[in-house]
Design a protein. Structure first.
Length: 242
């Protein structure tokens, strides 16, 4: 169904039942390749907020947005399907790979312009390193199921979702400055996590893990490649994996 802003009635959509791109285009509708569906071409051109917010935007069945700052009606923000395009949206969006496709890019909850306003929310905190309001890691996941979907940086403990070590480093620079952590890009969004070898806290477990080497002088476990700089000759260098 769709809302007719002229008649102020809910009507059967003449576009959403067109399942093929060729049929959709012929019916004067817009084919959305990203979602594989047909929708009505909507120009968010209303002059008032009330009418603007009844106009159903083509993609994802979202309505047009009334922007108070310049009193205009426009497409809704945070419509991107990839992390890069989502984070590039000037409105301020966040990306979650675990969410349903249409909901991966959403408006950032913690977007207050200053520390005082930021800390009014229980799920937000002010990151002094980048002077921005950011989500407290994991606190937005209020049940075990949603927490477990983000097991790369959260764990369900004592009936609450708590961040794993290193997650408090919310940007690549502070992550790199922490000897226990490394910036991981295998998941979207990218995040700061414990170094692969540093999870081993003793020599036995360290040396049983591929490409990890125990450093007696530091009492730490590191990837072989990260220790290359301490070898002064080819023989010692060649004995270290990585």
């Amino acid at each position: 169904c769709e809302w007719n802003a002229t008649s102020l009635e809910c009507e059967w959509s003449t576009c959403h039942d067109k399942c093929l791109e060729s049929v959709c285009s012929a019916a004067d509708c817009l084919w959305d390749a990203a979602y594989g569906e047909c929708g009505r071409v909507v120009e968010c051109s209303a002059n008032t907020k009330d009418i603007c917010e009844t106009l159903q935007f083509t993609a994802a069945n979202r309505t047009c947005r009334w922007y108070e700052e310049d009193a205009t009606c426009g497409p809704p923000p945070c419509m991107a399907l990839t992390e890069d395009s989502c984070l590039a949206d000037p409105y301020g969006c966040q990306f979650d790979e675990e969410a349903e496709l249409r909901s991966r890019c959403t408006e950032r909850v913690c977007n207050a312009p200053n520390q005082t306003d930021c800390e009014l929310s229980t799920i937000c905190e002010w990151d002094v390193t980048i002077a921005s309001c950011v989500n407290k890691p994991c606190y937005e996941y209020i049940n075990e199921d949603s927490c477990n979907k983000h097991s790369y940086d959260c764990v369900w403990e004592s009936a609450s979702c708590t961040p794993l070590p290193c997650v408090s480093n919310t940007n690549e620079r502070t992550c790199a400055e922490d000897a226990e952590c490394e910036w991981k890009t295998t998941h979207a969004p990218a995040h700061c996590g414990v170094k692969v070898c540093r999870v081993n806290k003793n020599q036995s477990s360290c040396e049983s893990t591929d490409n990890c080497v125990w450093d007696d002088s530091q009492g730490t476990c590191d990837e072989g490649a990260s220790q290359c700089g301490r070898f002064a000759n080819a023989c010692d260098c060649g004995k270290t994996s990585g």
